[in-house]
Design a protein around this ligand. Sequence first.
Ligand code: PHE
Length: 452
Amino acid sequence: MLRNTLFRLSSSVQTHDNKRRLVTIVCQQSWYSTKNSGVEFKASGVQVNDKLYDRDDWTNVTPSVLAKLDRKLHLQERNPIGIIRQLIEGHFNDFRTFNDLSPVVTTRQNFDDLLIPKDHPSRTKSDNYYFNKDTVLRAHTSAHQLEGLASGANKFLISGDVYRRDEIDSSHYPVFHQIEGLAYFDGQSKGEADVVAAIQADLEKAKPIPSNIEIVDDTIIHPGNPLQGRHSEAVVTPLVAHLKHSINSMICHLFADEPNLKVRWIEAYFPFTSPSYEVEIYYQGEWLEVLGCGVVQQALLDKGDRHHAVGWAFGMGLERLAMVLFGIPDIRLFWSQDSRFIDQFTPGQIKKFQAFSKYPPCIKDISFWLPPTEWHDNNFCETVRGVAGDLVENVKLIDDFTHSKTNKRSLCYRITYRSMDRNVTNDEINEIQEKVRSTVEQDFGVELREKK
Ligand code: PHE
């Protein structure tokens, strides 16, 4: 399962894994300079651009993960990750956006500011990429919540690449992308009734939830997922309604073309929110976890100098959503530099991905004089497919001319052969092409123009 959220783990849960620790040891010994980037591994430390991070026993960043730092898929307009980021920003159009904050953060930003206890399992070396004991690649965009608050914006979104040690397969990758949202209502010099009125006024302006979505939500505020000490139910009830409406309508906006969307709210735990929730989407017979959210802990708002504000926050992984919305079968494809991947997408649009083969094509032309009978491209293509099966990727007419004296018409087709799962050899394709030639000659009575 792709991990969208990690910080929900309460500190009693252990997540150690010996296999992962081995990777760490190997990488600490390497001296390495990654190509085309400002990253250099030195005996004394790891240099990123002008900054040298001293080594200590926490150092476990690897060259391959640091090579991802300058990719910023969320900023690429044609990458599904960038497309989803922009659609979400378009939905929350009165939120200030932060999209280019450095993923190299302090452990204070990544953990302490978010009230994550010192012994919390999400801090372990086996789950994170540390430069040293004080510096880490951010494991979630929540690491920037305080920077967002410091900007003065009362509603903001933060998107970026986040890093967690993980296995690599079709749904796991050590780098993925998140978008964080935070909104607060200020109660400075106002009474509770004014804050409630402000939340309600904002809710009334919001668009209603369309009917294509079924929302399953039986969450209630109770001691297991409690109100914070400084909060009253009178404020938190509308605030949670505002949070739920904001999230549900964002999901509807993204899944606008989905006729039967099911969304489920469940209780969760995060050190930096209470009450806390997770949201899941029903897709192909499974509930997929897509985001974590909740009412921002007052101690965090205090750190951000918003003592009289109440707010909510969410953090959502973009890869899983993009895999569902674009029908992308493998998380590694987002990193593909192959134009056959990236050229399929248009900024601002959700479109189903057309799978392509990773193996090189073999291209052959066939030309012939037509018989006097009627000619149909489709029949020709069917015949080629009948002979070559799935090895045919494309058949295209590239030349069509009529001889001025004989009045005979000549066609030339270009056939692209390609296997989805292996390299094809020229010899095997020549053999198939010979068969195509003789079948076309026989079936349609054409006169082949050249022998090879
Ligand atoms: N940062 C959390 C994670 O990645 C998600 C989250 C964000 C939860 C904001 C609540 C509020 O696990």
